[in-house]
Every structure is written in C-alpha cells, then in structure tokens.
Design a protein around this ligand. Structure first.
Ligand SMILES: [Zn+2]
Length: 254
C-alpha cells in the first residue's frame, strides 16, 4: 500500500515535533520488546499545543518503520489534519475515547500481547500475585468486548469504564494504558504487561498460586513511597530507553 507523504520538522511546532520524536521512539521500544501484532495495535500522543489533536501510526507501517515524520495527525472528530494518510479506524475509536474522557491524558498505548489477551479473558482477570502487579492492581479497569472497535458509539463505554484509572484490560482483546506523558504511559503499560506475563507463566504451572497478603495489597501509601510515585514518574526509565535506542543507531527522529 502507498504510505502518506512525510511531515517535516519545519512544518510543525517545536512541541509537536518533540512529541513526534518521543512517540516514534515509543513504537521502536515496543518493537524491540516484541510486543507488536503485525501492523495492528496503536500508540498515540496528544499534541501539547493542540490538545484537540493527537498523533498515531499510519495504518500499514510496522512499529520499527515509524518515524517522527511518518505519524499521522488527526483531531478528535476523526479528521486528518495537514498531510493525509491512512489510519486504523478501531485505533481512532479507542484512542479518541481516552482523550475525550480524560483531559489529563497525554498518551495512550494499546497492545495485543498474548499475555494481556489471556489475562483479559479469564474470570478473575489480573490477580495480586507478583510484586509487579502491585504497581497496577488498584489502577486497573476492565472493558467488556463489544466487537472490533470500529463503532464510534463504543467511545462512551470505553471512557466510562476507564474512569480515573490508568490501565485497562480489554476483555478478549488486549491491554490499554494511559499517562499524562509518554514516559508515564509507557511505565503503566510495561508493568501491566509484565504482570500479565508473570501471571500466565505462574498459572501454567498448575500449582496453587500464593496471593499477596491483604494488608500489603491495601497499603497504597507505602506503595507510593516505595515506587517513588511523583509527577516525573517514568522519566528515569524513559531516558535510559532513549539512550539504548541511540546506542543502537535508531533513526526514529527522521
Ligand atoms: Zn485492538
């Protein structure tokens, strides 16, 4: 398929270009972690100086092909802004639902990993059985499957179910994580996905699972201290990941 023409740095604001570079990096990071599903699933970021617009991959590109210039820009009504390109309509439904429901959301990550689909498809969902799961267990919502998310009406139930949480398991479908920034959304998604991975591995052993003590699960304040929750959460890990991309010659800023 023919992909859209590219957007150049001098055509957009500094804030948009910086967001494009970070979002393209995010695609490369998930590619490197093998958390892709061919050309499906999508990651997006709201443009800071145009909060009614967000960036997403053009439909048809692999995650390791995405660059700052190749991302498509659209508004919350689904209109392309600037240069035209294809986008995944289910992606538009899911991502715009989050931006419409939550003004604080600056980035959205939607994945179809084996582990997240598996955990999203069992009755008890994610259980508090690993230290990793404590990062997300009380910041997790669920959304029942309503078919491929091509019907814009689903935005209402998606937003309502997400409410004030930053992670969601889409039943029979995959994972969704949001954040105020791209690094925060990445961190949320990483811990949700890692928790699902661990749970699938443990449950496959067929032995009884040791759940964490209830007082540990309920000690949210202690957890916030231990996990260094702050406005800048996720930044240290993000900077390390960007250094790793650069060390390996990534061209995501093209
Ligand atoms: Zn999906």
């Amino acid at each position: 398929m023919a992909l859209a023409t590219l957007v150049y740095q001098n055509e957009v604001s500094d804030a948009e270009w910086e967001t494009r570079c970070d979002l393209a990096a995010l695609y490369r990071i998930f590619h490197n972690m093998r958390m892709t599903d061919l050309v499906y699933t999508h990651l997006s970021a709201r443009i800071p100086d145009e909060p009614d617009c967000f960036l997403m991959n053009q439909y048809g590109e692999m995650f390791d092909e995405v660059t700052a210039s190749s991302l498509v820009k659209m508004n919350l009504d689904g209109d392309m802004v600037g240069r035209q390109g294809a986008f995944n309509s289910a992606g538009f439904t899911i991502h715009s639902a989050c931006y419409l429901a939550r003004e604080d959301v600056g980035a959205v990550i939607h994945l179809h990993t084996k582990a997240s689909i598996a955990v999203a498809s069992v009755k008890n969902g994610l259980i508090p059985m690993s230290q990793h799961s404590l990062y997300v267990i009380d910041d997790l919502a669920y959304h029942d499957y309503e078919g491929p998310a091509t019907n814009l009406d689903e935005r209402e139930s998606l937003g309502r179910n997400l409410a004030d949480k930053n992670n969601m398991l889409l039943v029979n479908h995959g994972s969704l994580s949001v954040g105020r920034t791209i690094p925060q959304a990445f961190r949320n998604s990483y811990y949700l996905e890692k928790s699902c991975d661990i749970q699938v591995a443990a449950q496959s052993l067929g032995d009884e699972i040791i759940l964490m003590d209830q007082d540990i699960i309920e000690d949210k304040e202690g957890r916030r201290r231990a996990f260094r929750e702050s406005e800048d959460v996720g930044r240290m890990e993000w900077d390390a990941l960007i250094r790793q991309l650069d060390r390996n010659g990534s061209d995501h800023r093209r």
